[in-house]
Write a protein that binds this ligand. Structure first.
Ligand code: ATR
Length: 276
């Protein structure tokens, strides 16, 4: 029997993951198939034992199940547990084990395009939601030294810092304060939804103090260039969008299932083709 993999979510029809993973299986000559599964929120408690019963080898998890799935799994890796979200499940020795590859995918992609080690750099994260949590905690787990957080609601950023199980030196700022201090940072990570439709022209903060040798990474990849990326480029900084992160979270999930790191360039190209 072919090894079966998949992704669960609602909606799921537009997920890029089946094309990315099926291409990886094909290019590596592996006899496997990756299938999207539309699972409604209320069906999750029966769907998960069902995935186990049909003998699925592994699957990705997307909106709205990333947190709700956790108590339904046999084990959750400590980093995913701290983040409070699972995006990858491995079926191993009769157990479903949950992981989170979003933060690690982001850091791999950032490291590659930044071109030098980032863990000793001065990093600013803009935003304090779910995406920021995955990135901040994974930076902490990997040993980042200075990671500050700027957010509209200070309390959300304070909670993010308080819940991080890894030692990181972190100061919390309002968006206005961060604008003034921006020259302190080597790497700036934009994690809010500002810049996506319908807020395409908006930017979470102004960049008049960004250094021309700074690097700005926006986790948004559609549009390919957000207003804050354009502004950073105008001021001489290097930028990247979220495509690399998305490709790498997939490549790392693939590695958890098969032991082989899928080619992120191929995965990235498939997403670009699909975006048109
Ligand atoms: P995700 O899980 O995708 O990261 P989220 O949890 O809804 O999304 O987090 C959204 C982030 O974007 C938060 O940091 C939020 O700021 P608050 O904590 O103040 O809510 C930020 N955000 C969303 N809309 C914003 C806006 N119009 N201005 C400033 N920040 C905004």
């Amino acid at each position: 029997m072919k090894n079966l993999y998949g992704v669960i979510g609602d909606p799921i029809a537009h997920s890029m993951s089946p094309a990315m993973h099926n291409d990886a299986f094909l290019s590596l000559g592996m006899d496997a198939h990756y299938q999207p599964f539309l699972i409604k929120r209320e069906d999750l408690p029966v769907a998960i034992p069902g995935m186990k019963a049909i003998g699925i080898s592994g699957f990705n998890v997307t909106v709205p199940h990333k947190t709700a799935i956790m108590p339904l799994l046999d084990e959750v890796d400590p980093l995913a547990s701290a983040i409070g979200a699972v995006n990858t499940v491995v079926h191993e020795n009769g157990k479903l084990i949950g992981y989170n590859t979003d933060g690690a995918g982001f850091i791999r992609g950032l490291h590659e395009e930044y071109g030098q080690p980032i863990l000793d750099k001065r990093i600013l994260i803009i935003g304090a939601g779910g995406a920021a949590r995955a990135i901040y905690f994974t930076l902490g787990q990997q040993g980042a030294e200075y990671v500050d957080i700027a957010n509209r609601t200070l309390d959300n950023a304070e909670q993010l810092k308080a819940r991080c199980p890894y030692p990181v030196e972190t100061f919390i700022f309002t968006l206005e304060e961060a604008e003034e201090k921006l020259a302190d940072y080597d790497v700036i990570i934009q994690t809010t939804s500002i810049g996506m439709s319908p807020k395409m022209e908006e930017s979470p903060l102004q960049l008049h103090n960004i250094r021309p040798d700074a690097f700005l990474s926006d986790i948004i990849y559609n549009p390919a260039e957000t207003a804050i990326m354009k502004e950073a480029k105008k001021r001489g900084a290097n930028v990247q969008n979220g495509l690399r992160m998305f490709a790498y979270q997939g490549a790392l999930a693939f590695e958890k299932w098969t032991g082989i790191l899928a080619d992120p360039d191929r995965m990235e190209k498939i997403v670009l083709d699909k975006l048109g």
